[in-house]
Design a protein around this ligand. Structure first.
Ligand SMILES: Cc1ncc(COP(=O)(O)O)c(C=O)c1O
Length: 365
């Protein structure tokens, strides 16, 4: 049986290109490659193995389960867990050598009972994201409490920016100042974690002084800029390309409503092609008012609402046939459609677009 449907092409050479470019741009400051959420939809195992081969210092996932999946697939590199501590999974963390995020006094309390050896942890300080982390105002007490535990190795100290990818960096700078004060405090207390980290993709580009000795990177490695408010000189290449086949072509008269709601009405007699990919596959649903696909470097407008499994395009008299694979986003011989471009048009972000890939499209590495 032949597979007919959307395909996600993952270009591991582009991933390698992006990693090498970034490492060079960071003057070899080590990278913690963020591979959570199935490596932003790109495939956690394949992507992690590529980073491992390239010598990445750390990998980061969100949950313990994601970390275990990588270990079972043979990944040996250090793995950091971003999520709130799952205190029922300390033995698993030890067994699979996963480094834990400790972000509250309550987390420290849970560690007290651990008796099966040493757990590697990073202490998280909230400097203004207001998500996880102990407030920078209570950092002294937090650090002191942490040193009382002998079942942990305090390997890292870190924080996270709320606005690192924005043009106005005043808030990010405030966060950075707070984090710097916590680092000073930690030195005074003679707590010297070997890894200090704060920057994500946006901050790496916008606030080089926030790089410290480890950079937590996701989006840039996957070949998209986190926003349109960061310097875009780095020649990163999109790693993910989504394509889908033409499965039907029909002649329609001027004045024909197309797709749900009939919000699109043809202005002239034309040919409409049905493409087998919809929002369940990762085509953003709002990407039809300005949206288009590309084939042989020609743009074809998406006509009407994107459906769950299909979408329609106006191909007029162009040479498009059943079986042709059109480009939905990414880059291939048909052209390029950047996720940043789509994100801007639909008031979203490239993060939402790449992680929105469904389970149905066939993945090709
Ligand atoms: C705590 C933390 N650090 C780093 C990252 C990587 O961010 P980016 O993809 O913007 O580089 C994320 C991603 O959301 C994160 O949650």
């Amino acid at each position: 049986m032949e597979y007919i449907g959307p395909k996600v092409y993952i270009d591991l050479n582009h991933l390698e290109n992006n990693y090498n470019l970034l490492s060079k741009g960071l003057h070899d400051i080590p990278i913690m490659a963020t591979v959570k959420a199935n490596a932003y939809g790109h495939g956690a195992v394949e992507v992690s193995k590529t980073f491992e081969r390239l010598g990445v210092r750390y990998l980061a996932v969100f949950t313990i389960e994601e970390g275990i999946e990588l270990r079972k697939a043979g990944v040996k590199t250090d793995i950091f867990i971003y999520s709130k501590l799952n205190h029922t999974a300390l033995s698993e963390a030890k067994k699979y050598n996963l480094t834990l995020n400790i972000s509250s006094f309550e987390d420290l309390n849970h560690l007290k009972d651990f008796q099966d050896g040493l757990l590697k942890i990073h202490l998280k300080i909230d400097t203004g994201m207001t998500r996880l982390g102990v407030s920078h105002k209570k950092a002294e007490e937090f650090l002191k409490e942490a040193t009382k535990l002998d079942c942990i190795i305090i390997e890292g100290l870190y924080s996270h920016f709320a606005t690192g990818d924005e043009g106005d960096l005043s808030y990010a700078k405030k966060q950075l100042n707070r984090f710097n004060s916590v680092i000073e405090l930690s030195k005074k207390l003679n707590i010297n974690p070997s890894l200090i980290h704060c920057s994500n993709s946006g901050a790496i580009l916008n606030l080089p002084e926030s790089r410290f000795n480890l950079c937590r990177v996701g989006m840039l490695l996957y070949g998209a800029f986190p926003s349109n408010e960061v310097p875009q000189d780095l020649k990163i290449k999109p790693v993910m390309t989504l394509t889908a086949p033409v499965v039907e072509i029909r002649d329609v008269k001027a004045g024909t409503p197309i797709s749900y709601g009939g919000v699109y009405i043809t202005e002239y007699d034309t040919r409409i092609a049905v493409i087998q990919a919809g929002f369940a596959d990762g085509v953003p649903r709002p990407w039809y008012t300005e949206g288009y696909v590309k084939f042989k470097n020609e743009k074809f407008k998406i006509t009407g609402r994107v459906c769950m499994d299909q979408l329609m395009i106006d191909v007029g008299s162009s040479d498009v046939s059943i079986g042709d694979e059109v480009l939905i986003f990414g880059s291939n011989s048909n052209g390029t459609i950047g996720t940043n471009k789509i994100a801007k048009a639909i008031d979203s972000t490239p993060y939402v677009i790449v992680t929105g890939i469904g389970i149905r499209p066939k993945r090709i590495y």
